[in-house]
Design a protein around this ligand. Structure first.
Ligand code: S3P
Length: 206
């Protein structure tokens, strides 16, 4: 399915509306930020949500709240497979909730069921980043079990090779460099507006 085909069934996702704030993007669907650890999903997501007046939800925090422990503890006590099952359930619940900006964990979009749900119910935005940006942003943090080994760069490079072709299925792709999150927010908004403006008009079937 091409990007153009894919956009047809989500034609009314965004409407342009002049608002008091001057902001012109008002999503009718949840915006899901996807991408690797360190891409800036939570930071950009929080600011994007404030800009468009929607709640911000961090999927990792929701998983931790549901499990009553940290992601590192879930990995340690129950293993990655159990974490992925929990992640799938939490994502399904969040995607059925009110329209929001949702920062997904780096692995969520890789799961075919979750990806299908996102395609049906939300707009996905891939925050694409180069390896050095990811390294810089994840260094010195120990809450991500996948990066706590001896070779986080090797792990990230492997994930880039395996996941980037999948993230590329996102509705919108925005490159993020080592720049303030506000600039990335502007790029996301511009990409969403451009997408809304090239969408065919919604077709109503009686
Ligand atoms: C993971 C990314 C993490 C978290 C978990 C696994 C991944 O989220 O869900 O540690 O598989 O890429 P962030 O991308 O928000 O760091």
């Amino acid at each position: 399915m091409t990007k153009q085909d894919k956009s047809i069934d989500s034609a009314s996702e965004l409407q342009r509306r002049p608002e008091r704030s001057g902001e012109a993007v008002m999503p009718a669907r949840t915006i899901v930020l996807v991408g690797l650890m360190g891409a800036g999903k939570s930071c950009v997501g929080r600011k994007l949500a404030a800009r468009i007046g929607r709640p911000f939800i961090d999927a990792d925090a929701e998983i931790e709240a549901a499990a009553g422990c940290t992601i590192a503890e879930i990995f340690e006590r129950m293993g990655e497979t159990a974490f992925r099952e929990g992640e799938r359930r939490v994502m399904a619940r969040l995607l059925d909730g009110p329209v929001a900006v949702l920062a997904a964990g780096g692995g969520a979009f890789v799961d075919p069921d979750t990806r299908r749900m996102i395609a049906g119910k939300a707009i996905s935005v891939w925050l694409r980043a180069e390896i050095d940006v990811l390294i810089k942003r994840t260094a010195g943090r120990d809450h991500r079990p996948l990066l706590n080994g001896d070779d986080p760069r090797g792990v990230l490079l492997d994930l880039i090779a395996r996941r980037y072709p999948i993230y590329a299925e996102a509705d919108v792709i925005v490159d993020t460099a080592d720049q303030p999150a506000e600039q990335t927010v502007e790029r996301v908004l511009a990409a969403l507006r451009a997408r809304a403006n090239t969408e065919p008009a919604p077709v109503s079937v009686a």
